[in-house]
Design a protein around this ligand. Sequence first.
Ligand code: FAD
Ligand code: DLZ
Length: 519
Amino acid sequence: MTAPVLVPILGDQLSRSISSLADRTPADTIVLMMEVAEETTYVRHHKAKIALVLSAMRHFAAALREAGWKVDYVTLDDPANTGSFTGEVQRAMARHAPRGVQVTEPGEWRLARIFDKWRKDLGVRVRVLPDTRFVCPLPDFFQWAAARRELRMEWFYRDMRRKTGLLMEGDKPAGGRWNFDPENRGGPESGLTPPAPPRFEPDGLTRDVLDLVSDRFGNHFGTLDNFNWPVTAEEADRAVAAFLSERLPLFGRYQDAMVAGQDSMFHALLSPALNLGLIDPVELCRRAEAEWREGRAPIEAVEGFIRQVIGWREYIRGMYWLDMPGMAEANALDATRPLPDFWWTGETRMRCLSEAVRTTRDNAYAHHIQRLMVLGNFALLAGIRPQEVADWFLAVYADAYQWVELPNVAGMALHADGGRLASKPYAASGAYIDRMSDYCGTCAFKVKVKTGPDACPFNALYWHFLARNEKRLAGNARLFQPYANWRRMGADRQAEYLASAEAFLATLMPAKPGWAREA
Ligand code: FAD
Ligand code: DLZ
């Protein structure tokens, strides 16, 4: 009998179509799946994120076995577990004496470097295959980027529409426009009650994992009480069906709206399953397109959704691999303030922020506008060090892997990349949050008050941010009007704003070390 090929499958490679298995047959393949301490703690992930990944891994292994594959599965509580991918691959090599190792490229830079070492050190041929679960192969993205001075998502997205044929009529965009964003800016309306997401009752495998996580990671951020993520492709399919029929029609209109206590609004809640590989993104978009073509959802909702998946998600991934490793260190605005304690405790009188931290703790989820315009906006205006913000985002969300988290944090939210990803910083005062949410009415701070101890801190922080970054940002054409307003307001008013912002910033308590990474 010929020696087998060892195929390690990582926790976010749970797709039956994964490239590392595509040319293999069960007869001479050993699939290796590894629960390892290094992955569970390289940042101290939210308990629900660890539970999701481990439960989905165990279900995937069971499905592979049922389909006839030999799966060597190392559990976290195996006494011989070395705690690292490299240690576990070496142990598996001793067990199976494979003739080669075949693996799909990883989603994070640090693991790509580890795979490079395997190529040198393992003593057998190591094939690293492209991850084909994206519309845009990385070499194509690099070529696209090399041909342009400005790397705007909009142009990339149109290419992805042409490539997939999604929402196309020949070479023209369906509905006559590429972009329906202007129709997608609805604020919260009173009495808005989005349908509850479907329930996924934990089965035996998930219950075992929940017990393991609460025993072993009880001191990590977050709760397991509301664990409700799909952990198999079948459950993810049910989540897709529920989204398409119940929430997609209003997804566009309320995409940017925030309502206290409504943690998911009309969002898809599909990013955890998409990023694990339980859903095929193009197939998902084809199903969304059918909702429009068959008259069940309006074009603005469907276009808005498809833009997120084949536009933003693909573009973000391309930017990550294009700009790493520099992206992890980028700090174009020289932001040095430590992350405030309330990002972990939720204890702040700012209602928008306490709501965003609460849903994050309860669900390992916050929707996009909470991440961008509440948390991200606060970190941008307050000048929090990007690496601390990135660690927080990587730790707390069920969908967070560095390839998708970091460009969103460093590029989109914090402008730490100097504007490579977003043509202007997403900076906003309290008025924006008031327009797009129902938070401000019962907030301890007053959104209409501009300065002083009762004023919404976003108001003065906004001008503080513009003032301290004037040399860097005043030349940005999209900030012409805000800077004109700043200059027109006169020295006394400017000084009031700056003093008010400084007084607020002085109240921020830095987070204790050890929340996101071992102290
Ligand atoms: P919906 O709003 O329903 O959108 C549908 C899908 O579009 C999502 O499932 C997601 O796959 C995709 N999508 C939408 N926007 C983006 C985007 N900007 N980047 C990539 N994909 C997008 N997304 C993650 O998957 N992981 C992260 O770690 C992550 N971190 C973020 C950090 C910040 C600071 C910001 C501003 C955004 C981040 N996002 C991240 C993007 C986005 O907020 C989430 O994808 C979205 O909230 C997931 O919820 P949903 O499935 O309900 O999405
Ligand atoms: C996120 C995560 C966690 C918490 N645990 C594991 C694990 O034990 N084993 C595993 O294979 N993968 C895990 N993952 C996902 C990896 O961290 C992920 O594959 C990399 O971050 C690359 O995106």
